[in-house]
Design a protein around this ligand. Structure first.
Ligand code: AMP
Length: 381
């Protein structure tokens, strides 16, 4: 892009979930208009966008029309088909570019790219048949079998403890391509959310310490209590990935820190990330504003953290016995509520999050967990 896309222009977003919603809120704050394209209607993003287009990603005429009405396009969902990206590309710029999405959309391509860049990844094998899977040696267990594409939040994964579990796991995944990863004994999981602008400038958030429950992110805390050497190494890995992939936009790198003290990259997400939601309240410029600035060719903002922070996800599970007790949680000091406007609160569905700012990361984490517990307390009758 030779010229910046200035406030007052229109940004197109592919995908319409909570990431698009928080992106759109940041974009509108900066004076942009937003058109969102997805197969659904009354979506978390559509509710806050200027225009919501409901069409299939395969409807390339609708995609072309959408692309002609905006000055730049980005995405919030990495499973957008490559043909859709190519159809956008014919009319307007898309950031991050199609090659970034192509690499990160599929685990084998992603891991191969990381290995070729000299970055340590979880030991893995590419698997394309049951016979290949059955040839795994006994010393490769326990392992995790993951579909090569379309997986998220632990969907499309199965932990395998012994050879007898290979066949049922392959049948359950029901795919043509998978990766078999060594099960990693980790001390903790962490992420770096990184942004890169048109001019090559970069900004980093984290390391953010992440705890998962049932494979879904549960709690994020920053600053994390990691040795400074590890924090520096994680940032350098993220810097290398951004540069090698020539990312323009935001990209999250998720890591395991093994019990042996080694950093391994688990996966990449070429967009803002759940672990970066706390940047909305805790940082000078949040991850969503960085995405707006980067894709529009504007300078990145400072990623300075203002206060220690923790974020807990609010899953649909919290609604199963009625509406959460919002007053109880909001009465607590430093608690910020973010809800995504989803109508149906299904078990395991991300409905919103709480961020808590405090004097220390441990205090922020404790208060965030307490605030979430308060949501399921009943008001006295
Ligand atoms: P993923 O979708 O690959 O990010 O996996 C979701 C979560 O499952 C991770 O954040 C880990 O908590 C767990 N997990 C995934 N892969 C592994 C592995 N190879 N070893 C141990 N835990 C894993």
């Amino acid at each position: 892009m030779s010229r910046a896309v200035l406030p007052g222009s229109t940004i197109g977003v592919l995908g319409s979930g909570q990431l698009g919603r928080m992106f759109t809120i940041a974009a509108r704050r900066l004076g942009y208009r937003v058109h969102v394209f997805s197969p659904d209607d009354d979506t978390p993003t559509g509710q806050v966008a200027d225009v919501e287009i409901q069409a299939s990603y395969d409807d390339l005429d609708a995609v072309a029309k959408f692309a002609q009405q905006v000055q730049v396009v980005t995405f919030e969902f990495e499973n957008v088909p490559v043909q859709t990206i190519n159809a956008v590309d014919r009319f307007t710029c898309i950031h991050p570019a199609g090659h970034v999405l192509h690499t990160t959309q599929q685990r084998i391509r992603e891991k191969s790219f990381l290995q070729s860049a000299g970055i340590p990844v979880t030991p893995f094998r590419a698997i394309s048949s049951l016979d290949e899977l059955k040839s795994v040696r006994n010393d490769e267990f326990p392992a995790v079998l993951k579909t090569a594409a379309w997986g998220y939040d632990g969907k499309g994964q199965a932990k395998i403890q012994s050879p007898g579990e290979l066949e049922p796991a392959w049948a359950a995944l029901n795919c043509n391509e998978a990766v078999l990863e060594r099960f990693v004994d980790f001390d903790c999981e962490l992420s770096i959310v990184a942004a890169r602008g048109h001019d090559g400038a970069v900004a980093f958030y984290g390391p953010i310490a992440n705890t998962h429950r049932n494979h879904i992110l549960d709690l994020s805390v920053t600053p994390s209590a990691l040795p400074p050497g590890i924090a520096k190494e994680a940032i350098e890995i993220a810097r290398t990935i951004l540069a090698k992939l020539e990312v323009i936009g935001v990209l999250c790198v998720e890591f395991f820190l093994t019990t042996g003290g080694r950093l391994l990259v688990n996966e990449l997400a070429p967009r803002p990330h759940n672990s970066g939601h706390l940047t909305i309240d805790a940082h000078t410029t949040c991850q969503f504003e960085q995405q707006v600035r980067a894709v529009c060719g504007m300078p990145l903002g400072a990623a300075t953290q203002l206060r220690p922070a923790a974020m807990v996800n609010l899953l649909g599970d919290l609604w199963q016995k009625g509406d959460p007790n919002w007053s109880e949680a909001l009465a607590m000091d430093g608690v910020k509520l973010h809800l995504y406007g989803k109508r149906e609160a299904r078990v395991g569905r991300k409905m919103g999050h709480l961020t808590v700012l405090a004097d220390s990361p441990a205090e922020a984490a404790e208060r965030a967990l307490k605030a979430r517990l308060a949501l399921v307390s009943r008001a006295p009758v």
